[in-house]
Ligand binder design. Structure first.
Ligand code: PEP
Length: 263
């Protein structure tokens, strides 16, 4: 749909990295570098242990906080888990759900993703729902089938209002942490397919408002060409988010790609 201006989201997934003091140092450096940005949503996702300290460090800044996972129950006998009310209490606005590493190593399924999405929404946390095919699936021509099952499974049962609080992240598994990035055309093709799925399930108007990030070896060098694609609304960044300078450069690229889109 023409004329819709989605605010790009650049989110840094720090994965299993950074002690509390390292996390605060990175956040403090980043805060200074992105202080002038008003046109892109900037998010950092530290490990659970650093959420509260990073929340304090970003107070009254333009950076928002995300967790890397959430449990579907609010409380109870679930040793080792962290719930949506706890994340809210720690200062989170967003939570990454269904990252491929969680699907690959921790048994995350479309069903568990869906339950977590609902738990997050119930506590006013915005889910960043990750979807993406593996290399063998792409090579076997199954990309659309896999993406369809991740998207429809992840958002099953959500109202249009619920969906409007969600962000989707297309992350081809073969591009995560490998240095291989999807070409801008490959990314656009899948993003457009996802928007088509949302149009079928809801409406073109609803679909046109949803932010779909790209993730997979995004770096300052390739960010601009990905983000000028019409259906690519920012990036979920792993490795390049661990240093303030490279992450801030990606934010700058998003700002300038967006300005170009508006001209
Ligand atoms: C990610 O962890 O979501 C990711 C995209 O990692 P990287 O940028 O390192 O490929």
């Amino acid at each position: 749909m023409e004329g819709i201006m989605r605010i790009p989201i650049i989110a840094g997934n720090w994965k299993l990295n950074k002690t509390i003091s390292e996390a605060v140092a990175l956040t403090t450096a980043l805060k200074a570098l992105v202080a002038d940005n008003t046109s892109v949503e900037v998010i950092v996702a530290p490990p659970f242990t650093a959420l509260s300290a990073v929340s304090d460090a970003i107070a009254s800044s333009n950076i928002r906080l995300a967790a890397q996972d959430v449990y579907s129950e609010d409380s109870g006998a679930f040793t080792g888990e962290v719930s949506a009310p706890m994340l809210k209490d720690a200062g989170c606005d967003y939570v990454i759900i269904g990252h491929s590493e969680r699907r690959q190593y921790f048994g995350e399924t479309n069903d568990s993703v869906n339950q977590k999405v609902k738990a997050a929404l119930a506590h006013d946390l915005k889910p960043i729902i990750c979807v993406g095919e593996q290399l063998e699936e792409r090579e076997a021509g199954q990309t659309e089938t896999v993406i369809k099952s991740h998207v429809t499974g992840g958002i099953a049962g959500l109202s249009a209002a619920d969906l409007s609080s969600c962000v989707l992240a297309y992350e081809p598994v073969w591009a995560i942490g490998t240095g291989k990035t999807a070409t801008p055309d490959q990314a656009q093709e899948v993003h457009n397919f996802i928007r088509g799925l949302l149009t079928e399930a809801y409406s073109a108007e609803v679909a046109s408002q949803i932010c779909i990030q790209y993730g997979g070896s995004v770096k300052p060098e390739n960010a601009a060409e990905l983000m000028v694609q019409p259906d690519v609304d920012g990036a979920l960044v792993g490795g390049a988010s661990l240093e303030a300078e490279s992450f801030a450069k990606i934010v700058e690229m998003a700002v300038s790609s967006q300005l170009r889109g508006w001209l």
